[in-house]
Design a protein around this ligand. Sequence first.
Ligand SMILES: Nc1nc2c(ncn2[C@@H]2O[C@H](COP(=O)(O)OP(=O)(O)O)[C@@H](O)[C@H]2O)c(=O)[nH]1
Ligand SMILES: [Mg+2]
Length: 616
Amino acid sequence: MQVIATAGHVDHGKSTLVRALTGMEPDRWAEERRRGLTIDLGFAWLTLPSGDQVAFVDVPGHERFVPNMLAGVGPVPAVLLTVAADGGWMPQSAEHLAALDALGIRHGVLAVTRCDLADPGPARREALARISATSLGQVEAVAVSAVTGEGVPELLDALGRLAASLPVADPAAPVRLWVDRSFSIKGSGTVVTGTLPAGTVRRGQELLVTPAMEVVRVRGIESLKEPADQVSGVARVALNLRGADRGTLSRGMALVTAGQWTLTSEVDVRLPDYPAGERPRPPRALTVHIGSARSTARVRMLGGPIARLALHDALPLHIGDRVLLRDPGDAGGGLPAQARPAQDRTAQARTARSAWPALVGATVLDVTPLPLSRRGAAASAAAELAAWPDPPAAADLLRRHGLLRAGALRAMGIADHPAPVTGDWLADPVHWAALRRRLAEAVTSHAQHQPLAPGLPLEAARAALGVPDRRIVEALAGPPLAILDGSIRPAATAAARALPEKVLAAVRALRQDLAAQPFLAPDATRLRDLGLDPRALAAAERAGLLLRLSEQIVLAPGADAQAARLLAGLPAPFSAAQAREVLRTTRRVAIPLLQYLDRTGVTERLTDDRRRLSGR
Ligand SMILES: Nc1nc2c(ncn2[C@@H]2O[C@H](COP(=O)(O)OP(=O)(O)O)[C@@H](O)[C@H]2O)c(=O)[nH]1
Ligand SMILES: [Mg+2]
């Protein structure tokens, strides 16, 4: 199924055309039929020769009902624009087109209606010229008369081509059904209807109703008056709901899948770009439209094309959503400047630089923006957001937020993300490195101030870093840090605490021996007497208590640096014998020590078996 909204000036034949195409009456209210005026949204549908079903959302053209028009067009991917052959381009033609452009709608057909009353040529030419300058670009145009039936078959063909050209909606996408009608049926309770743009609704499924996020269960589904077990977007759907209180559901609320949307009343958005210095100042308050919802919003320009919107009503949003900003106090009744009467235009020209457009589209960049408390925070946020790609990726959000849960990112509408650092936590690599550094500093400073404490307690570390989850601290406390008994300390200290007391005592005795003669490694007998087998030596090495040159030859840590200092005093190159002498040790130790120094890049072995310090 495809859903197509009508658009165009009042009395340009939208409802009549829908009636002619579908044989159904889109004006639902007695008052609408009596006055011959569409006030609210109407719904009708037909099956194309191709077998495709097309549902129409017929909107009112009158300027007083623009909010209703926007509620109908909001969730719909394609439009049937009308302009009357005898009426020509009119203010609401322009206003509706500006709305479609602001919403970023890219697919449509132009019907030049009432072609039995006038030559459709001029109206068609002007309409196509204006449409081509918007997100709709090039569209097909068909001249029709609902009275003579002329052009109706051609229009059906054009609608078939339009339906076939529309992108296929993802049936696995998260559900966000904007409610456009709600009523109760005796005996079966509450029913809501809406245009499902993507995703699948199933009978028995639970959904949340925004903004209260109350759980409702889908008791029954109808699409175009036919019952269904499940319906995938794009579709018109009517859902019979269990759990919804009578009368609590209304237009502008949305039914959403749990965990897949961020309910937010603060968003950062990108507005259309202007040359530097020519950006008009927004009014203090604007009306934000998305789907069938609208909310007033305070606007704060952060810099360049970036603004922060504080919404009066929380909305379920994704990054990348298009929202429409409408100036409710606009003197032209919401008209774009070029569509206003002449005397109005003169007034406009005087204030051209400060004239904010009546309708403007914005792209949501962040649905959980950070507070702007620091001096200069707004400008730097604007600079960062202005440089984001469209649509932004997980890496962009992580750079801004540092740490995010994968679930939170999904609720922002971003499914792809890098591997978590722990649990479902994702981190920006630069932020992660900084946290590691800060944790190491906190552990060191804690050890200096409280030398007798067993280490920095995890919770204290969490608070010091200002991170939201202790598991993040645990993931940060890798080498050279380690966690022992709920406290963080340098890994060496932690490993030392883990050594058996017997081994610790033996190592202490050994270090005593080495204090006087740092390069006379204890021999096998001494090691055996102290009970230090290769396993114990390895553990002591891991704890940073010993420097191990080979399996059985150990010195105190730092002996290598001390040796390098002594060797630097020898004329270069020097022999192993000279080294042994200056280090006051035996060949048994000197050779593995020199080899260790070779390995670690301190010394360099020449072809004649002599050495010199590297870099000399
Ligand atoms: N002669 C003629 N009149 C039409 C045609 N289409 C609509 N009308 C008339 O134009 C008026 C406005 O039509 P309507 O469908 O209500 O316009 P809407 O406000 O755009 O929905 C009605 O009186 C219709 O009967 C047409 O093709 N030919
Ligand atoms: Mg109408």
